[in-house]
Write a protein that binds this ligand. Structure first.
Ligand code: HEC
Length: 124
């Protein structure tokens, strides 16, 4: 009877995992949405939850990903003179992580409800 269950799950799991990784790498350089969410949480203190704060700190939500990425890379590589803090923050991330963060905030609807974020993750 035991034989019936013998390792039946292992190949299935392998295919699922491998398939998931292969599909991901076609889009962004292989960050899970959980990883990006964790990185983005570090921005919320200043930019507001989901980057929707409007005030002295610039809003991020819904801005074009190319613009956000270019600004983050400029902060990181000290090509941006009008910076108080973002230069130091951007240095804590790789260029790929900054690109993923830019895509994350660009995909958020600036007028959306707080609980609508799940539908707005970039292509899963
Ligand atoms: C300590 C507060 C603080 C944190 C944390 C923070 N930011 Fe900022 N951010 C700012 C301020 C202030 C500016 C305005 C530029 C400056 O003074 O450096 C800014 C500017 C920016 C800009 C440029 C926006 C524009 O319109 O030019 C981007 C993009 C950005 N931040 C992304 C991020 C991301 C992504 C994170 C998380 C990894 C993050 N920030 C974390 C305070 C913060």
């Amino acid at each position: 009877m035991k034989r019936f269950f013998r390792r039946a799950a292992a190949p299935v799991l392998g295919v699922l995992l491998f398939g998931g990784i292969a599909a991901k790498s076609l889009a962004e350089p292989s960050f899970s949405s959980e990883q990006v969410d964790l990185m983005a949480a570090a921005c919320a203190n200043c930019h507001g939850t989901d980057g929707r704060l409007v005030g002295s700190v610039p809003a991020l939500a819904g801005r074009p990903a190319e613009v956000l990425e270019a600004r983050l890379l400029a902060f990181k590589h000290e090509e941006q003179s009008d910076t108080t803090i973002m230069d130091r923050i951007a240095k804590g991330f790789t260029d790929e992580e900054l690109a993923a963060l830019a895509a994350h905030f660009a995909a958020i609807d600036p007028d959306g409800d707080d609980d609508s974020q799940a539908e707005q993750e970039p292509q899963e």
